[in-house]
Design a protein around this ligand. Structure first.
Ligand SMILES: *Cc1c(COP(=O)(O)O)cnc(C)c1O
Length: 453
């Protein structure tokens, strides 16, 4: 009755997996926001170190993980993979359920997998300060932790709503030496513009990104770092799936369905891409399902076209599923999922129907999360609750079809800093929130960017 499938430190994978090498349709290039022409890697040089830019456009299938990065990974990696026997029992599930647990990292989620790698490459190139944005505080914490290890200053623009909902995330970042500014702030042009239009703006990831980029663009020793969406970020997260492949082999199982919550795509890509490799290389048919909130449904109800990564329109135009860069998601508690767009690689894979997406309401997600916590002990991050809701839906399908499948999902973080969200859920303060078609079409109507044929 094994529950926990572990790996030794020696089994930490030595390479990240770059799915671009195996994609039938390669990711489309980013476009310059002014000329609308494809931009070269050099256009990103003011914001990112060269090594990360190379990874962003790399066609190499395997990219070696530097020893220094693997050494830091070994603080918490390999992470455990569990058979959810308690949950199977509660659900009377005909399907076997497994989950990869990324909440055992120092900051409590999958985010340090890329934060450590990014801080390492910045340090190699002499960078003194990194700016970034954070929604729920997960990314800011991870980057603060990583920057501190490499003696780099860290400046975090935190979405104002989360800044007030999650004061302890801020203290956590401060403990690792970072400074944290609620966004929109009056410290940047972008922030002042938003505040002028709406002094009570709860902020959004898109706005915070604009602020952090502006700061980095102003100073040559300062670079910017993103915790999701970009190809190199998704690449670093494949350590998760690489380990999970080994662990599922040990368990003697190959999953039929791989599920992960979806914000910008990094933890989804991290777990699913190494399994998707078997589909692309060997024609296996593992279903990979991204779970997004019904209140921010870019994959299930957005459009595939060029759009900005931020709200103000400072980033290159990226070909992605989007609700429009002016879309401000409702203040639901899964802060990490409140982003208008999706990673370029994940978007292309969805367009090509090589992956799937589902949307779940937050009430449904919290109900699933609470059932999980009672059955398995770990209290999931609200983001992860959306994946658990998808697991429940798949179990129901298996029951209806009388099939016995194996499900694997990403428990990408714990919810120990999210007690406010759970408190609101128990007090009945969370509301069902579904967007109307007109809200979505209004937001998309504002897009002036090129359509993709
Ligand atoms: C950041 C975060 C997410 C969403 O971001 P992705 O890039 O889609 O993974 C989901 N869950 C947790 C716990 C997070 O910290």
């Amino acid at each position: 009755m094994t529950r926990k499938i572990t790996l030794s430190e020696k089994e930490i994978p030595e390479n990240w997996y770059n799915i671009a090498a195996d994609m039938p349709n390669k990711p489309l290039p980013p476009l310059h926001p002014g000329t609308k022409e494809p931009i070269g890697p050099e256009a990103l040089a003011p914001l990112f170190p060269m090594e990360l830019i190379k990874q962003e456009v790399s066609a190499e299938k395997w990219i070696e993980i530097p020893d220094e990065v693997r050494d830091i990974y070994s603080i918490w990696r390999p992470t455990p993979l569990y058979r959810a026997r308690g949950l199977e029992k509660v659900l009377d599930s005909p399907a076997k359920i497994f989950y990869k647990y990324e909440g055992s990292s120092p900051s409590g989620s999958h985010k340090p997998n890329t934060a450590v790698a990014q801080a390492f490459y910045n340090k190699e190139e002499g960078v003194k300060r990194i700016t970034t944005e954070t929604g729920a505080g997960q990314w800011g914490s991870a980057l603060s932790f990583a920057c501190n290890l490499f003696n780099i200053e860290c400046e975090v623009y935190m979405v104002k709503l989360s800044f007030h909902h999650k004061p302890y995330r801020k203290v956590m970042m401060n403990t690792w030496g970072a400074s944290v500014i609620p966004s929109p702030s009056d410290q940047t042009e972008a922030g002042r513009k938003i505040l002028a239009a709406d002094p009570d703006s709860p902020g959004s990831l898109g706005i915070a990104i604009s602020e952090a980029i502006e700061r980095a663009a102003m100073d040559e020793h300062t670079k910017y770092s993103l915790g999701s969406v970009l190809n190199h970020v998704l690449l670093h997260q494949t350590i998760v799936g690489q380990e999970a492949v080994l662990q599922m082999e040990k368990a003697g199982e190959l999953p039929d369905v791989v599920i992960a919550p979806f914000g910008g795509g990094s933890n989804f890509a991290g777990l699913s891409f190494p399994f998707l490799r078997y589909n692309l290389e060997e024609g296996k048919q593992i279903r990979c399902v991204a779970s997004e909130p019904a209140s921010c449904p870019k994959l299930t109800r957005g459009v595939f076209r060029y759009d900005f990564g931020d709200t103000v329109g400072m980033t290159p135009l990226l070909p992605m599923y989007t609700l429009g860069h002016n879309f401000i998601p409702a203040p639901i508690h899964a802060g990490g999922l409140r982003y208008h767009g999706a990673g370029v690689m994940v978007s292309q894979l969805l367009k090509d129907q090589l992956i799937e997406a589902q949307a779940h309401d937050q009430l449904e997600a919290f109900a699933a999360g609470v059932t999980f916590a009672k059955a398995e002990g770990i209290i999931p991050a609200p983001e992860a609750n959306h994946a658990i809701a998808s697991v429940f839906a798949e179990v129901e399908r298996c029951k209806a079809e009388g099939s016995r499948e194996t499900i694997l999902f990403n428990l990408c973080g714990h919810g120990n800093f999210d007690m406010k969200a759970y408190e609101d859920y128990f007090a009945g303060k969370l509301v069902r929130h579904e967007l109307s078609d007109s809200e979505i079409s209004n937001s998309l109507a504002e897009l002036q960017t090129p359509e993709i044929a």
